[in-house]
Design a protein around this ligand. Structure first.
Ligand code: CDP
Length: 244
C-alpha cells in the first residue's frame, strides 16, 4: 500500500476502474493443469498480467532427516520471483517478502492437504513468478492447489484465492498493481469452497467493520469463481483432449 496517488483515477464517475473493469469484475484468469514432465504435479496460471508456474514433488523422503515428523508429512513451499518479473529488476536472492509469502501460502494450503496420510515425508511446492502485476500470492496459491491435485496428493478441498479491496471508498474484487499501490485496502483471501472455510486472510489498509464484512463476502464469491476454473483446468487435463 503506497498511500494515495492524487493523479490516478482508480474509479471513474461511471464506476469503471483504471483497467476498464467493473467493481466486482475479476481480471481474465487462465489455469492449466500439468505441463512440467519432471515434476510430480504442476500448474500454470495467468491472472490478469500475473504469470506463475508451480511444480510439486512428493510425498518424498525428507533431507535432513531430523526435519521429518514421525506423525505426519510436512509441506514445504518456496515462492520465488524471477528477476525479470517486475519493472525494476528484482535481486535474485530471497527477499523478506518472498520468505513471508512462502510461509503464508504454506499455511493456507496445510488445511487442504491430507499430510497425516504420509508420515515422515515431505511435499514440496515450488512457485516461480514469471511476471507480477499485483495479487501474486492469490494467483500462486490458486495454482499451487491445482498442482497438488495434479500430483495426486489427497486433499480435503482445493484452496481458491483472490483479493478484495477498497478504492475511492468502494469495495472492489481482484486488486491489480495500481490499485494495490494507490488504493485504500487490499485483502487477499484463500477459501476452500466445498468446505466453506477460509485458510488465508490478510489485510493491508484500513476498513470499517461494514467494509470488512463486505470485502470478505465479495472475496469469497470471487474464490467460488476461481474454484470453477481450477476444476475446469483439472477436468481439461484428465478428461479433455489435451493429450499430455
Ligand atoms: O503480489 P502480491 O499482491 O501478493 O504481494 P504484494 O507484496 O502486495 O506486491 C504487490 C505487487 O507489487 C506485486 O504483485 C508486484 O507486481 C509488485 N512488486 C514489485 O514491483 N517489485 C517487487 N520487488 C515486489 C512486488
Amino acid at each position: 500500500m503506497g498511500g494515495r496517488d492524487a493523479n490516478m483515477v482508480l474509479l471513474d464517475k461511471n464506476g469503471i476502474r483504471c483497467d476498464g473493469r467493473k467493481v466486482d469484475e475479476p481480471r481474465r484468469i487462465m489455469i492449466r493443469a500439468g505441463g512440467l514432465k519432471n515434476a510430480d504435479g504442476s500448474a500454470y496460471i495467468e491472472f490478469g498480467d500475473n504469470k506463475i508456474l508451480v511444480g510439486v514433488f512428493g510425498p518424498r523422503d525428507v533431507h535432513p532427516k531430523h526435519m521429518s515428523n514421525t506423525d505426519t508429512g510436512i509441506l514445504r513451499v518456496r515462492y520465488h520471483m524471477e528477476p525479470f518479473s517486475v519493472g525494476e529488476r528484482k535481486n535474485p536472492a530471497p527477499s523478506r517478502r518472498e520468505i513471508e509469502i512462502s510461509k503464508v501460502i504454506k499455511e493456507a494450503l496445510e488445511p487442504a492437504v491430507m499430510l497425516e496420510k504420509f508420515p515422515r515425508t515431505a511435499v514440496d511446492v515450488f512457485i516461480e513468478v514469471l511476471q507480477a502485476d499485483g495479487g501474486t500470492r492469490c494467483a500462486a496459491l490458486t495454482a499451487a492447489s491445482v498442482a497438488l491435485a495434479d500430483a495426486g496428493i489427497p486433499m480435503r478441498d482445493m484452496v481458491a484465492a483472490i483479493a478484495a479491496g477498497k478504492v475511492a471508498d468502494t469495495v472492489i474484487l481482484d486488486v491489480n498493481n495500481e490499485e494495490d499501490q494507490a488504493g485504500q485496502a487490499d485483502m487477499p483471501i484463500g477459501y476452500m469452497p466445498s468446505l466453506k472455510k477460509i485458510t488465508l486472510l490478510q489485510l493491508d489498509g484500513v476498513l470499517t467493520p461494514e467494509e470488512f464484512k463486505k470485502c470478505v463476502d465479495v472475496g469469497v464469491k470471487g474464490c467460488e469463481l476461481v474454484y470453477e476454473l481450477q476444476k475446469k483446468a483439472l477436468h481439461d487435463k484428465y478428461f479433455g483432449n489435451r493429450g499430455d
